[in-house]
Design a protein around this ligand. Structure first.
Ligand SMILES: [Zn+2]
Length: 111
């Protein structure tokens, strides 16, 4: 069974929220993606910060298309670890920025 999207909006946060893609705080006043979905009879909301919305298309392309599990922390982290070494400068930078938001260091990274 796959998740079904019921509604999607881009509200401005009235209070702090947690980005479910990178776990950082979406501060009040920032525009974020708010999706209401149903999975297995259970309705839930999924919130993403503006930066994570920007990398969705990279992750979905890397996955070979949308699958039943959708995006989750493990999937996005796996993509980011590979994509950080990608030849595409934009995708690589998005991946490195994502790993930094998650507080995940790259192996072999030197400061
Ligand atoms: Zn995020």
């Amino acid at each position: 069974m796959s998740a079904v999207l019921l509604a999607s909006s881009r509200p401005k946060a009235r209070k702090n929220h947690r980005c479910e893609t990178c776990t950082t705080t979406i501060p009040a006043g920032e525009t974020y993606l708010n999706q209401r979905c149903v999975f297995d009879g259970r309705v839930y909301t999924y919130k993403s910060c503006a930066l994570c919305v920007e990398l969705d298309h990279y992750v979905i392309a890397w996955m070979g298309g949308w699958d039943d599990d959708g995006l989750n922390l493990d999937t996005v982290e796996e993509w980011a670890r590979e994509a950080a070494l990608s030849l595409s400068v934009d995708e690589s930078q998005a991946a490195i920025d994502y790993l930094r938001r998650r507080g995940i260091g790259l192996e072999g990274e030197t400061d």
